[in-house]
Ligand binder design. Structure first.
Ligand code: BES
Ligand code: ZN
Ligand code: MN
Length: 497
């Protein structure tokens, strides 16, 4: 569903639901809430500052207004202290509010712009993003008891006519749609999202937003020498795909840099011959979340038009056991020429990504960021809050930390000292694909680092943050779209030099 978002005058309150941000300080100064139509203002004065709506973060209160007026429902959203407002509070508050009214919201929703200590444009972008994120539903295959949210328009109500507000609303829309595109892909079950289907969706999106696309099949990959990628793909009857999307800035790139965004696209990970236990295996449909993040980011980048070349590369296949599957102990020759001993067929992500990285370099990448649900160990190291960030390049570490901060996503750097490299030495080949019991996320990153060469590279392990394990007011159990916003911010910042 597409949601139209725009700025409107605050007197133009012909909406079904009006969101009103409430700060904890409002109770002491109710004049802040003046200027509403009489019945609304009276109800606001009565309730703001009460236990029901003290303005605390997380508080929501619906007030129905007498019929006949413009607005049928006020939805008060607590946003905490005005001078401590953050984009995250706004985004999550708006998303939670929209989700709480659900299909009752009506077709038109408005929000009063109240940006506290933040710039109005920051408020507008976060609110519009939150509104978009709220509309994503995870139960798209339910045929009974469905009541989809049907909001068609979301207005930011303000008398401020600064054009930066319109830009911010536009950016919130573009980002929200991109994150939801990634979430859609991640949520699709593996029988519906095969590598072939993933490539179709990528191509369709590319056509919509004006990106070049190039989809390689198995024969092309064999010609390129991608034995590692094909070792993973061969166990499945589903054909592998290597998706490449290319963004070229309209007026030429300054400096000639080409950023490659590379995402793991395992549409289902059984573990292969090193089979995973049955419990929770159904979750392994989200093993393409890195690829989805790259595709979402490319969708946004095509619309935001930064002055830098960007490649989006998603190697995609299934990891299945079969009579044709790769075995533990097999040795393959990667596209770069390095040989790999496959100790555990469940460590398949790195086998896919190493050939995709070689391919990115072949296409002229001068900088690479890969995003992957690479290791369960990242949850042991960082829990479920921060994604792991790895790089051999201090500038890249800082750039990705800054991008994540701007994107309101959390990443934390982990070390890549030479000592860890010892763990992936092989008796028979250049390296092996697992590094033993300790520091599993670091040895996985070290494997990838082997293929970066001198090209500035960073790796985000998102296995712990790509799937939200329980319902929250602002976010349903399911795909988060993690990484889209960070990749976009990284590219935007890099384009500015
Ligand atoms: N896709 C998994 C990692 C994963 C685990 C993602 C849990 C999301 C949730 C990856 O391919 C994998 O199986 N990694 C192994 C590596 C091991 C064999 C060295 C793991 O984490 O157990
Ligand atoms: Zn995997
Ligand atoms: Mn695996």
């Amino acid at each position: 569903m597409t949601l139209h978002s725009s700025r409107r005058s605050p007197t133009d309150t012909a909406v079904d639901t009006l969101l009103i941000p409430v700060f904890t300080t409002d109770a002491a100064d109710l004049s802040q809430l003046a200027g509403f139509p009489r019945p609304a203002e009276e109800r606001l004065r009565a309730v703001v500052g009460s236990a029901e709506m003290g303005g605390k973060v997380g508080q929501l209160l619906t007030l129905h207004l007498p019929g006949g007026g413009d607005v049928s429902r006020l939805l008060l959203v607590g946003l905490g202290e005005a001078d401590q407002l953050t984009p995250q509070t706004i985004r999550e508050g708006v998303a939670a509010a929209m989700r709480s009214v659900g299909s009752q919201a009506g077709q038109r929703v408005g929000i009063m712009l109240r940006s506290g200590s933040l710039a109005p444009a920051v408020f507008a972008q976060a609110a519009v993003l939150g509104a978009h994120l709220a509309l994503f539903t995870v139960d798209s295959y339910r045929t009974e008891d469905v009541s989809p949210i049907q909001v068609e328009a979301f207005y930011v109500l303000t008398s401020d006519e600064d054009p930066r507000l319109d830009e911010a609303i536009q950016r919130g829309t573009i980002l929200g749609q991109a994150v939801n595109f990634a979430r859609f892909l991640v949520n699709e079950p593996s029988n519906r999202l095969t590598p072939t289907m993933l490539a179709h969706h990528a191509q369709e999106m590319a056509n919509d937003v004006g990106l070049q696309s190039d989809i390689l099949n198995e024969d092309k990959m064999r010609d390129l020498g991608m034995e590692a990628l094909l070792a993973v793909a061969r166990g499945s009857t589903e054909e592998p795909r290597l998706i490449t999307l290319r963004y070229t800035p309209p007026d030429g790139a300054a400096g000639g840099e080409t950023i490659a965004l590379i995402g793991k696209g395992i549409t289902f990970d059984t573990g292969g011959i090193s089979l995973k236990p049955a419990e929770n295996m159904e979750k392994m449909k989200y093993d393409m979340a890195g690829g989805a993040a790259v595709l979402g980011a490319m969708q946004a980048i095509a619309q935001l038009k930064p002055r830098v070349n960007v490649l989006g590369i998603v190697p995609s296949c299934e990891n299945m056991p079969s009579g044709k599957a790769a075995r533990p102990g097999d040795v393959v020759r990667t596209m770069l020429g390095k040989t790999v001993e496959i100790i555990n067929t469940d460590a398949e992500g790195r086998l896919l990504l190493c050939d995709a990285m070689a391919y990115a370099r072949r296409l002229g990448a001068t900088c690479m960021v890969d995003v992957a649900t690479l290791t369960g160990a990242i949850a042991v190291a960082l829990g479920l809050r921060y994604a792991g960030l790895f790089s051999h390049h201090p500038v890249m570490v800082e750039a990705l930390q800054a991008a994540a901060r701007a994107a309101d996503e959390r990443v934390w750097p982990l070390p890549l000292d030479m000592e860890y490299r010892e763990q992936i030495k092989s008796d028979i080949a250049d390296i092996k694909n697992v590094g033993g019991k300790y520091a599993g996320s670091i040895t996985a990153a070290w494997f990838l680092r082997e293929f970066a060469g001198d090209v500035p590279w960073a790796h985000l392990d998102i296995a712990n943050v790509a799937w939200n394990p329980e319902n929250k007011p602002h976010l349903p159990k399911g795909p988060t779209g993690f990484g889209v916003a960070t990749l976009v911010e990284f590219v935007l910042a890099r384009a500015q030099g």
